[in-house]
Design a protein around this ligand. Structure first.
Ligand SMILES: Nc1ncnc2c1ncn2[C@@H]1O[C@H](COP(=O)(O)OP(=O)(O)OP(=O)(O)O)[C@@H](O)[C@H]1O
Ligand SMILES: [Mg+2]
Length: 236
């Protein structure tokens, strides 16, 4: 039985020499829902970009039993749905429908199945009426929800979300939390929304300056005021 996510001694520096990840190791079992928290610049986005091969550093990254590398990129990206922090990085088609259909079409599904996948992904984020809209004309929160739909339509084994609630209004945030709560897949969610973390994600990983500085039950870590304060976090 393999882990859904297995990161071993991963270090990464950006081309300008800035060390963004320093000896990061993280194991996530199938079905676990894990939060990734820490101050701005801690390395959260850098870490998640390694999980589907957008970045690659020194060390080992495996997802769903696949070693992430050039040869496995297609399978890795089908297995791991990554929602970027900035939805403009995710949406590139003329219409919302085409953006959400892109993954299923790429996976080679038939036309009827694609239509079904798009409908159910849009409905999951309460955006069915937006299918014919122009993606890049949407509001930030609307784009965010469509970006999530583009990944849900691929029914990935692992869902990785980078700041999913930022820019969402309270109702959209609440319905996203309900949606994520109902989804059975393995989840890694980077967020500054510690109230959402407490509600949804039983395990919490804290990063600071490129390192994992704590990893444990959310409930326990949230009670450790000194730990939170040391890493720029506030109890919700
Ligand atoms: N393209 C890049 N080139 C050089 N440095 C970068 C680049 N992208 C990020 N960094 C640096 O790497 C570090 C980690 O950035 P990262 O975006 O992973 O942080 P983060 O934890 O996601 O922060 P935030 O909470 O603001 O989203 C930061 O110091 C950042 O300035
Ligand atoms: Mg980030």
């Amino acid at each position: 039985m393999h882990h859904s996510i297995e990161v071993e001694h991963l270090s990464f520096s950006y081309p300008d020499g800035h060390p963004a990840l320093v000896d990061v190791s993280l194991h996530i079992a199938p079905g676990e829902k894990v939060a990734l928290v820490g101050p701005n610049g801690a390395g959260k986005s850098t870490l998640v970009l390694h999980l589907n091969g957008i970045l690659s550093g020194d060390g080992r990254v495996q997802v769903c039993g696949l070693e992430v590398g050039e040869k496995t990129l297609g399978r890795v990206r089908a297995a791991v749905g990554l929602v970027f922090q900035n939805p403009d990085d995710q949406l590139f088609s003329p219409t919302v429908y085409e953006d959400v259909a892109f993954g299923p079409l790429y996976q080679g599904l038939g036309p009827e199945e694609v239509v079904e996948r798009v409908a159910s992904a849009l409905s999951a984020v309460s955006m069915q009426p937006y299918a014919r809209r122009v993606s890049h004309h949407l509001s930030v929160g609307e784009k965010k929800r469509i970006a999530i739909a583009t990944v849900l339509s691929m029914t990935p084994e692992v869902l990785v979300l980078d700041e999913p609630t930022s820019g969402l209004d309270p109702r959209a945030r609440r319905s996203l939390i309900h949606l994520l709560c109902d989804l059975p897949m393995t989840m890694l969610v980077s967020s500054h929304d510690l109230a959402m973390v407490r509600e949804l994600l039983p395990r919490m990983v804290i990063m600071d300056e490129g390192r994992i500085v704590a990893d444990g039950p959310t409930q326990a870590l949230m009670q450790d005021g000194r730990l939170l304060e040391a890493h720029g976090l506030e109890m919700p």
